[in-house]
Design a protein around this ligand. Structure first.
Ligand code: SAH
Length: 590
């Protein structure tokens, strides 16, 4: 049995959905923080359970080929970026596997089918940094009692001082410096969680990437913002600053924002565009954080909705109506539902701003609003509007991490739309909900992961479900292999992006993100060494090329191809064939 604080060494052969490395010693599994699949590490045991334990890397003995230097010095300590040390291409593979594994394990879907219908992960073009349009920085004190701003360390509320987070925009640092100066100059204390005393809890900064408009909202544990005019004087002239507000949150809670906000400078909202549409965003409204990827995500959702202008569509969990208005461009009528009243105010204003008259919004819980409308109008066949509303052609849902309420799923099933488009930020709850929808008669047609959150373990997924006539030609994904035998990321461009339009089969078994599958193309020498180490057999290049050919792998022309059909060549024995196959599997080549 292992003990806490013991130092051990292990090869990391897998990765969890949370990004921890997995290593096995004599059948006992360790989950190791900061370890990357492909590393060999020395680690300290931090927790021991009966069948598994936890650890933390002390030293990397052999670097994984998927490891890169993290550009942020705080990457290890900060809880924000869990996989910044993983090359971006590998991150996309990790995310694809996460979605796939959740759908198979939690949703009960057939692995082969999911592999067939899953589109390539939509990755970011260019550098996967500086993409966030919003950041919420906690403010507190360090051990020396100095005021600090930053992010929480993983799983704790210790603040790691980072004012220039590389995921956020460059203005954040300047703005935070001004706010810290203001607090110091006017003796405004930061909030202390343990005593529930102090004033400033968090600073929210949001930037419209297309408009360059900036919003700052200070979350305070007091009824008013002290020295607000002084703050306006110090911050109001910052370039692009369009709105300063404060939000009162006096609760002993992890929830960051209060229920309301008060604007003290400029306007209540900032504006941003996605595609051809403009949106006004207020401090409390949800707005997707990665604008470059949001456009791609919404376009995918819109293509899955497959509208021709005649449809009635529901957009449940609609936020400020972003997806609703994307849909309204191509639908007859869209209905949006959202729980936050201010977001619905924004949604209505956004519909006006973009001259839409075919979008209507409801405040309330999606499950309650849809249930109420179904009960009230579901059987009113003579009333055209009531009928269309309760029998939509398409329902789009984009719930928070906890997924859809079961009542909501049941009402969706009663409304019986032809298509359902599910946008999800948590593939575990997505899998659970898809299972229910498919048990209710829907078929999963397409799945497309989208990387909204590079360098983190999170992944967004868009899914299309259909009922009735399914256009097989367009629905079955045309995922044709680019037939090189590199297991890992054969399909992706060598740069950072996974092409959106080219369908690429990622050619490895996705049982887990197994190390062997990440290793790629092994040389003949590596295969020989592996076979010899594992089995003691010595195998020739000829035998390896025979087995590779048998497995459908490309073999260089010069590799011992028989000169004519009847040429006599020694043939690989079954034992050696099995040993070579094992090596090919180990290197992810089959
Ligand atoms: N589709 C929007 C928002 C998605 S985020 C966009 O892309 O911007 C999920 C939204 O669901 C949030 O706006 C949240 O406030 C809202 N929400 C959470 N629980 C809800 C519920 N039970 N009913 C309706 N909306 C809810």
């Amino acid at each position: 049995m292992y003990t806490k604080n013991q130092l051990l060494e292990v090869e990391i052969t897998d990765i969890t959905n949370e990004g921890e490395g997995v290593g096995k010693i004599d059948g006992y599994t360790f989950f190791i923080k900061d370890a990357m699949i492909g590393d060999t590490v020395r680690f300290i045991v931090t927790k021991v359970k009966k069948n598994y334990g936890y650890g933390k890397v002390m030293e990397i003995l052999k670097r994984s080929p998927f490891r890169i230097e993290a550009p942020c010095v705080q990457a290890k300590r900060c809880g924000g970026c869990q996989i910044q040390e993983m090359a971006y291409d590998s991150q996309l593979v990790f995310k694809r596997n996460k979605v796939l594994n959740n759908l198979v394990r939690l949703g009960g879907f057939d692995r082969d089918r999911i592999e067939r219908i899953m589109e390539p992960v939509i990755g970011m073009d260019g550098e996967p940094f500086r993409y966030r349009n919003k950041a919420q920085f906690p403010i507190g004190y360090n051990k020396e009692g100095e005021l600090i701003v930053g992010f929480y360390a993983g799983r704790t509320h210790a603040i790691i001082p980072v004012s220039d987070c590389l995921l956020g925009c460059e203005e954040n640092k300047d703005i935070l410096d001004i706010i810290l100066d203001w607090m110091k100059q006017y003796d405004i204390p930061a909030y202390d969680e343990t005593s529930n005393k102090g004033v400033v809890r968090h600073v929210l900064i949001r930037k419209g990437f297309t408009s360059n408009e900036i919003m700052v909202c200070i979350v305070v544990n007091s009824n008013r913002l002290p020295h607000q005019n002084e703050l306006i004087n110090m911050l109001g002239s910052y370039e692009g600053l369009k709105s300063i507000s404060y939000s009162v949150n006096k609760d002993d809670t992890n929830v960051i924002m209060g229920d309301n906000y008060h604007t003290i400078f400029g306007s209540d909202t900032i504006t941003d565009s996605i595609g051809d549409l403009k949106f006004k965003i207020s401090p409390l409204s949800f707005y997707q954080v990665n604008p470059m990827q949001t456009k791609k995500l919404y376009e995918k959702a819109l293509s899955y909705a497959d509208l021709n202008g005649e449809e009635t569509v529901w957009d449940l969990y609609c936020g400020i109506g972003t997806i609703s208005l994307f849909l309204a461009q191509k639908a007859k009528q869209v209905y949006g539902v959202e729980i936050i009243p201010q977001a619905i105010e924004d949604a209505k204003n956004n519909a006006k701003l973009n001259n839409f008259t075919n979008a209507e919004f409801f405040v309330g819980k999606a499950e309650e609003v849809t249930d109420r409308i179904w009960n009230e109008y579901g059987d009113k066949k003579d009333d055209e509007k009531a009928y269309e509303m309760t029998h939509p052609d398409v329902i789009v849902v984009d719930p928070p991490r906890k997924g859809c309420d079961e009542l909501c799923i049941n009402t969706m099933l009663k409304m019986d739309p032809k298509r359902i488009v599910y946008v999800s930020c948590d593939s575990a709850t997505l899998a659970r909900d898809l299972k229910l929808l498919c048990e209710g008669g829907y078929e999963l047609i397409s799945v497309c992961p989208c990387d909204m959150f590079p360098n983190t373990i999170h992944v967004e997924t868009v899914v299309q479900l259909s009922k009735g006539d399914i256009d097989r030609d367009s629905s079955e994904r045309k995922s044709i292999a680019k037939t090189d035998d590199i297991g890992m990321i054969s399909g992706y461009n060598k740069g950072n992006k996974a092409p959106e339009t080219t369908n690429v089969k990622i050619d490895f078994s996705l049982e887990n993100l197994d190390l062997s599958e990440l290793r790629g193309k092994a040389t003949y020498e590596q295969i020989k060494d592996y076979v010899s180490e594992q089995t003691g057999f010595r195998v020739s290049t000829l035998y390896i090329s025979q087995v590779k050919r048998k497995c459908g792998l490309e073999v260089g022309e010069s590799y011992n191809k028989p000169k004519s059909e009847d040429a006599k060549q020694p043939q690989c024995t079954p034992e050696k064939e099995a040993a070579i196959m094992q090596a090919l599997r180990h290197y992810g080549m089959i």
